[in-house]
Design a protein around this ligand. Structure first.
Ligand code: NAP
Length: 216
């Protein structure tokens, strides 16, 4: 794979997602991208109120944030940001998050936004996407069976000029999904080895995914 041009300065991964809940697939992706792209740090950014999801369908952001902190605490390169959760403006857009980190780290930083390929294939509907791809490189993680070609063809068809700013990685551990974990908890099935033990304990202790009272 051809790596994007790296200028001087820090290289920071911004791992955006709902993380409802965070799982081992997310952690494997973040670590794999950190190594492949020689990142200095990966910042996990749990969504606040993203434009594409009804708030009522998602678990309270405080729970999602705390699970993300628990899951990442053993990795010295990982941190978690509340920037989208604490955003007072209501809907949170990735462009605002990226502008925030650009300003926070200063001009010389190289930002890489890491998220699921399904989300990135819709990038042309995101707010100010042309500016977004001009200030940040995108890394789309796919599940097995979701071929790299399919992802690239979809993006090429919608917006060929952004293709160069998007790298696609196939990650076998992404066979795990947040939906799968929520369904297993609801059905009373074990989730061991799908998410860190600390997150499993947090889910059970707080009764997440068993009833709707934890949704926003
Ligand atoms: P989603 O619709 O919940 O997820 C889409 C797919 O991507 C799912 O298969 C999901 O699997 C996977 N995924 C999500 N985050 C991932 C990550 N960090 N690494 C690997 N796979 C990931 O998408 P979402 O989580 O709500 O949104 C993803 C990111 O895109 C968020 O940061 C969101 O703010 C951003 N976004 C921005 C805009 C905008 O600015 N207009 C619009 C849409 C999305 P799991 O369910 O297993 O995670």
């Amino acid at each position: 794979m051809q790596l994007p041009k790296i200028k001087n300065g820090l290289s920071i991964g911004i791992m955006g997602g709902t993380f409802d809940p965070i799982h081992l697939g997310h952690l494997v992706i973040a670590e794999e991208v950190r190594i492949q792209f020689k990142l200095d740090k990966v910042i996990f950014v749990p969504t606040g109120h993203p434009p594409h999801k009804p708030a009522a369908g998602v678990t309270n952001p405080e729970h999602r944030y705390l699970m993300t902190v628990l899951a990442t605490m053993n990795n010295p390169y990982f941190t978690v940001s509340r920037v989208e959760i604490d955003c007072l403006k209501g809907t949170t857009y990735t462009i605002d998050t990226i502008r925030f980190f650009k300003e926070y780290f200063g001009g010389d930083v190289n930002l890489y936004f890491i998220t699921g390929a399904d989300a990135i294939m819709e990038i042309t509907s995101w707010k100010d996407y042309k500016e977004l791809v001009s200030i940040c490189h995108f890394i789309a993680a796919t599940r097995p069976g979701y071929t790299l070609k399919k992802v690239k063809d979809t993006i090429r068809k919608k917006c060929p000029e952004v293709l160069e700013q998007i790298s696609v990685l196939e990650i076998p551990a992404m066979q795990i999904s947040s939906t799968l974990i929520r369904e297993r908890v609801r059905a009373g099935k074990p989730i061991k080895y799908l998410t860190p033990d600390s997150v499993t304990a947090y889910i059970y202790k707080n009764g997440l995914y068993r009833d709707v009272s934890h949704k926003v």
